[in-house]
Ligand binder design. Structure first.
Ligand SMILES: Cc1cc2nc3c(=O)[nH]c(=O)nc-3n(C[C@H](O)[C@H](O)[C@H](O)COP(=O)(O)OP(=O)(O)OC[C@H]3O[C@@H](n4cnc5c(N)ncnc54)[C@H](O)[C@@H]3O)c2cc1C
Length: 102
């Protein structure tokens, strides 16, 4: 069995992002995932929050996501819709997405 400097348990968004960052930093990293394939029950890609868009932007990949979705004021608290268009960020909105590969 091959050894790695870092082994990440779980190929969800957290594990994949961490693995990507470590790989970019030149760290020998592997991911182990207990699910046998990429199939999920239901959809978990209805949309992205402003903070998620900011993080993707920091990594230079936000345009790929923006191209697939619809910018909208989707932030809410309980049943109240919040308009964050005056927030001091390049992404003062949410992104409505529909998972294409389900
Ligand atoms: C119904 C639903 C809808 C959602 N919609 C959205 C949305 O529209 N937008 C959004 O931003 N977020 C959404 N979320 C939230 C989003 O899915 C989570 O925030 C995100 O998946 C968390 O990522 P994670 O990597 O921390 O955990 P997870 O996605 O749970 O990934 C953990 C991974 O680790 C694996 N694992 C666990 N234990 C082990 C083990 N012992 N060994 C190996 N592998 C293991 C699991 O199989 C899994 O693949 C939604 C969540 C749900 C449930």
């Amino acid at each position: 069995m091959r050894e790695h400097a870092v082994v990440i348990s779980g190929a969800g968004p957290t594990g994949l992002m961490l693995a990507g960052e470590l790989a970019l930093a030149g760290v020998d990293v592997a991911i182990v995932e207990r699910r046998p394939d990429q199939g999920l029950a239901g959809t978990r890609a209805g949309g992205l929050s402003a903070r998620t868009l900011e993080v993707l932007d920091q990594r230079g990949i936000v345009d790929r996501f923006l191209a697939e979705g619809q910018v909208a004021q989707v932030t809410g608290f309980a049943v109240t819709r919040l308009d964050i268009s005056d927030f001091p960020t390049r992404h003062n909105y949410g992104l409505a997405l529909r998972q294409k590969h389900i």
